[in-house]
Design a protein around this ligand. Structure first.
Ligand SMILES: [Fe+2]
Length: 436
C-alpha cells in the first residue's frame, strides 16, 4: 500500500487519465491533501465561481460576505448600482474590513487603524494622512483589491484568472438549461431567504457529481421519501429521462421524467403562464414533462427543481434549490443552500415552495440528511489507506450514442440513470488540473 502523502499530484493525474478512458476513477482523488492543493491552484483560481444571487443585494450598499477560492470577499452593490467583488482585507495591515456576514454599508472602515473605503472599493479616508505621511501615500494606489465579476440571469460569478474567457463562453450553451431554473417568468427568480449554511466533512466533488444527474441513488438513498409519500416518483420508472453534458466545460444536467405526468405539475397556474412567456418553445417542450431537473455548473454550483409533498401522498409542490459546495480543507467543505422562487409568483406559492425546500433540502431536510450521511462516509472511506489503490467503476452508458434530434444543446443521452455526465465532469476536472 502507498501512503497518500507520498504520491505526487502528477502521478495521481496520470492514473486518472488512463483509467477514465476505460470507465474507472481512482479513489485517491477524494479526501487527498495533494489533490486539494492542486484543485485550489489550478481549478478554483481559474474557473468562474458562484458568488451570490442578485436579489441578495438589491439596493445600493447591500452586501454579503462570501468565500472565493479561499479568499474572504465582499460582494457589494455600490452607490451606482454596480455589483463588485472586493477582497475583504485592509490594504494597510490586512485586517478584515467587513465583519458582518450581510448588511448595508456606504463605507467599510477598518477597525485597526481606521482606513476607510467607499463601497466601490476606493480608499477615501486615512487618519492623519497630512501629518504622518508627508504626501507619500497616494490613496488611489491602495484601493481594496477587486475581482472580476459577471452575471447570468441574476447569478453573480467571480473569476480570479484575468485571462479566463468571459462567463458566456464559460457557460457555453448551458444557459438553455439554466433558464429552466432562472426564468420561471419574465421577472426571473429571487432568493426566498438567506442561505442555509453549514460545514461538513465531505469532499465537494462527491456532491458536485451527484447533482450532475445521479438519478441512480434517489430511489435507494431517499427510499423513505418515496415510501412515506413525500416524493412523486416510483422506483420502477425512476430511470427514465435524459442526461445532457457539455464536453470540456464540465456542466451537466439530469432530466428525470415520469411517464404520463401532468405537465408542469406542482406549479400554480401563474408560474406556468410565466414560463410560457419567458421560455422558448424548445425549453417548454422539454421541461413540461420533466419531474426532476438536477444540474451542476462546473465546478461547484448546483441547481435542483423537484416536486416535494408538504402533505404526504399529495402530488407535491415544485421547489428550486441552488447550492454551493465550497472546499475549505481536505475532505471538508462549507455548504451554502438557497431556495429560489419565481419573482412574480403569488406569495402563498413562494411560502409553500420554501416549506417544501426546507423539508427536503434545508440543512435539516430529509433528502439533505440522507445525502450527507452517505457523502461524508464516502469521504472518510476514501481516506482509508487501503482505498488508495482502488478505483470506482464509471461504466454506465459508456458506449451509448447521443440522441440525434434532442431539442436542446449539449450531448444528450437516455436514460436519466447514466454516468455520462460524470465522466465528462471528471474529464474537465482533469483538463484543468493538467494545465500547469
Ligand atoms: Fe440525493
Amino acid at each position: 500500500m502507498r501512503g497518500a502523502e507520498l504520491t505526487s499530484v502528477e502521478e495521481v493525474l496520470d492514473r486518472v487519465r488512463k483509467e477514465l478512458a476505460e470507465g474507472r476513477l481512482p479513489v485517491e482523488i477524494f479526501n487527498s491533501p495533494v489533490v486539494f492543493a492542486a484543485e485550489q491552484e489550478r481549478l478554483f483560481r481559474r474557473a468562474w465561481l458562484f458568488l451570490a444571487h442578485d436579489s441578495e443585494i438589491p439596493e445600493p450598499g447591500d452586501y454579503v460576505l462570501r468565500n472565493l477560492a479561499g479568499n474572504s470577499v465582499i460582494v457589494v452593490r455600490d452607490e451606482q448600482g454596480t455589483v463588485r467583488c472586493l477582497l475583504n482585507m485592509c490594504r494597510h495591515r490586512g485586517n478584515q474590513v467587513c465583519k458582518a456576514a450581510m448588511g448595508n454599508a456606504s463605507h467599510f472602515r477598518c477597525s485597526y487603524h481606521g482606513w476607510t473605503y467607499a463601497n466601490d472599493g476606493r480608499l477615501i479616508g486615512v487618519p492623519h494622512i497630512r501629518t504622518v505621511y508627508d504626501g507619500r501615500l497616494r490613496r488611489s494606489d491602495w484601493n481594496l483589491l477587486e475581482v472580476r465579476t459577471e452575471s447570468y440571469q441574476g447569478l453573480i460569478f467571480g473569476c480570479l484568472d484575468p485571462g479566463a474567457p468571459d462567463l458566456e463562453e464559460y457557460l457555453g450553451g448551458f444557459q438553455f438549461y439554466l433558464d429552466i431554473y432562472l426564468r420561471p417568468g419574465p421577472g426571473g427568480t429571487e432568493v426566498y431567504a438567506p442561505p442555509n449554511q453549514w460545514v461538513t466533512e465531505t469532499d465537494w466533488k462527491i456532491c458536485a457529481e451527484n447533482f450532475a444527474g445521479d438519478g441512480y441513488h434517489t430511489p435507494v438513498a431517499h427510499q423513505f421519501g418515496f415510501q412515506l409519500g413525500y416524493y412523486a416518483s416510483s422506483a420502477s420508472t425512476h430511470s427514465q429521462g435524459y442526461a445532457v453534458h457539455f464536453p470540456h466545460r464540465g456542466h451537466g444536467i439530469g432530466l428525470g421524467r415520469t411517464p404520463g405526468m401532468t405537465p408542469f405539475f406542482g406549479y400554480p397556474d401563474e408560474v406556468v403562464q410565466g414560463m410560457a412567456e419567458a421560455l422558448s418553445p424548445a425549453q417548454l417542450e422539454l421541461f413540461k414533462e420533466t419531474r426532476t431537473a438536477v444540474s451542476t455548473v462546473f465546478p461547484n454550483l448546483s441547481l435542483l427543481i423537484q416536486p416535494f409533498s408538504v402533505t404526504p401522498g399529495e402530488p407535491g409542490v415544485r421547489f428550486c434549490t441552488m447550492r454551493l459546495w465550497q472546499p475549505i480543507g481536505v475532505g471538508r467543505m462549507q455548504m451554502l443552500s438557497w431556495c429560489l422562487v419565481p419573482k412574480d409568483a403569488p406569495e402563498a406559492y413562494k411560502a409553500e415552495a420554501y416549506r417544501a425546500y426546507t423539508l427536503a433540502f434545508g440543512h435539516g431536510g430529509m433528502f439533505e440528511q440522507d445525502d450527507f450521511d452517505n457523502w461524508s462516509r464516502v469521504t472518510a472511506m476514501a481516506g482509508n489507506p487501503a482505498a488508495q489503490e482502488l478505483s470506482f467503476p464509471y461504466l454506465m452508458g459508456l458506449e451509448r450514442e447521443p440522441i440525434a434530434d434532442f431539442p436542446g444543446p449539449g450531448v444528450a443521452v437516455t436514460p436519466y440513470m447514466t454516468e455520462t455526465n460524470f465522466r465528462n465532469m471528471w474529464q474537465t476536472w482533469l483538463e484543468y488540473l493538467e494545465r500547469p
